[in-house]
Write a protein that binds this ligand. Structure first.
Ligand SMILES: Cc1ncc(COP(=O)(O)O)c(C=O)c1O
Length: 357
């Protein structure tokens, strides 16, 4: 008998696991390159011009990672000894190695908000003016979509109001828009419109957009000129980075329109998981490509479920002892999601008749 190809792994741990498409690999092989620290890489320059154009801004900067983009922005906007307001689950606060403290000398002022969506009413009482007792607020940051709040999306009017009120208070606002293209697809609005009032924006090329490496900072010419210096100080000055920028240009061209498929797949998974006894998830809250579920009532821990799924070729992230995260992306199609549901059923020991998948 002929040996059968093993089924591919269904990797739902994150959208960072996407691999470059054949078109991206071709563009990488053929990229025109130069030394980008001298500003001489034509492909990086093209990428920066394209990103600035898509966001309706004066300038953009290619950075190796979203973390570096966020932290460079914090460094440019703040002074040592200030506070940075963010939502309690923000990536910049929880997953960036305390860089705002280590690198910019800033203290996070985290605020809990429903679904990770801050409003000016929640922010205003936490804004600290100059005082002899308390650190002054230097910056407000929002995250759209909010990763740890399950891919939730800022209503455009809510983000606009925060930016307007912050401007009146003399405060800059930075957007961690790692997944701003997912937000744009969910709202049916262009990224330029959703981000027009922010002082700076970071977005990731290597998550749902599928490029292998890199993120962008977008903003005014002055902001980007300063961020360029910070990038170099952080060791993020890259040389023939055009090979990476070439893939990113393909990603910007090809991927945004198909993110809607990832969102549909996430909704499909959420609806199926909600049927399993003991799995708590509200499918109405799944509006982009990220979903969290609570498995406390299944009698199994999240790491145990993750292990049982992995045995069947399905990978998910156990975030806490009782919560799991699943993220859809272009390397997992609907058939992969169906396999994942089947693997969940087996992992939980649920008989097929008791669920509608
Ligand atoms: C919301 C958010 N911001 C920033 C980042 C950082 O991106 P990177 O992993 O490229 O540093 C991530 C990564 O997962 C993220 O989810």
């Amino acid at each position: 008998m002929e040996a059968r190809e093993p089924a591919p792994i269904v990797d739902l741990r994150s959208d960072t696991v996407t691999r470059p498409t054949p078109a991206m690999r071709r563009a990488m092989a053929e990229a025109e390159v130069g030394d980008d620290v001298y500003g001489e890489d034509p492909t990086v320059n093209r990428l920066q011009e394209r990103a600035a154009e898509m966001f309706g801004r004066a300038a953009a900067l290619f950075v190796p990672s979203g973390t570096m983009g966020n932290q460079a922005a914090i460094k440019v906007h703040t002074e040592s000894g200030q506070e940075v307001i963010c939502e309690e689950r923000a990536h910049i606060f929880n997953y960036e190695m305390a860089a705002m403290a280590a690198f910019s000398g800033c203290l996070a002022r985290p605020i809990r908000a429903e679904d990770g969506i801050l409003t000016w009413d929640r922010i205003a009482p936490e804004v600290r003016a100059r005082s002899e007792h308390r650190a002054r607020t230097g910056l407000i940051t929002l995250e759209n979509t909010s990763n740890l709040a399950g891919g939730s999306v800022y209503p455009a009017a809510v983000a606009d109001e925060i930016c307007e009120r912050a401007r009146q208070a003399g405060l800059p606002v930075h957007l961690d828009g790692a997944r701003i293209f997912n937000a744009a697809v969910a709202l049916g609005r262009p990224v330029a419109e959703l981000t027009r009032k922010f002082d700076s924006i970071m977005f990731c090329l290597s998550k749902g957009l599928g490029a292998p490496v890199g993120s962008m900072l977008v903003g005014s010419r002055e902001f980007i000129a300063e961020a360029r210096l910070v990038r170099k100080r952080l060791g993020g000055g890259m040389r023939q980075a055009g090979v990476l920028a070439a893939a990113a240009l393909v990603a910007l061209q090809e991927t945004p329109p198909r993110l809607a498929i990832d969102h549909e797949n996430a909704r499909f998974l959420a609806a199926a998981l909600a049927e399993f006894p003991g799995v708590r998830i509200d499918p109405r809250k799944v509006v982009t490509n990220i979903l969290f579920c609570d498995v406390a009532e299944t009698g199994l821990t999240a790491p145990e479920i993750s292990r049982r799924l992995a045995e069947q070729g399905v990978r998910v992230s156990a975030f806490t002892a009782t919560t799991l995260r699943l993220v859809t992306h272009y390397d997992v199609d609907r058939a992969g999601c169906e396999r994942a549901v089947l693997a969940w059923r087996r992992a939980l020991g649920v008989r097929p008749t008791t669920v509608i998948a």
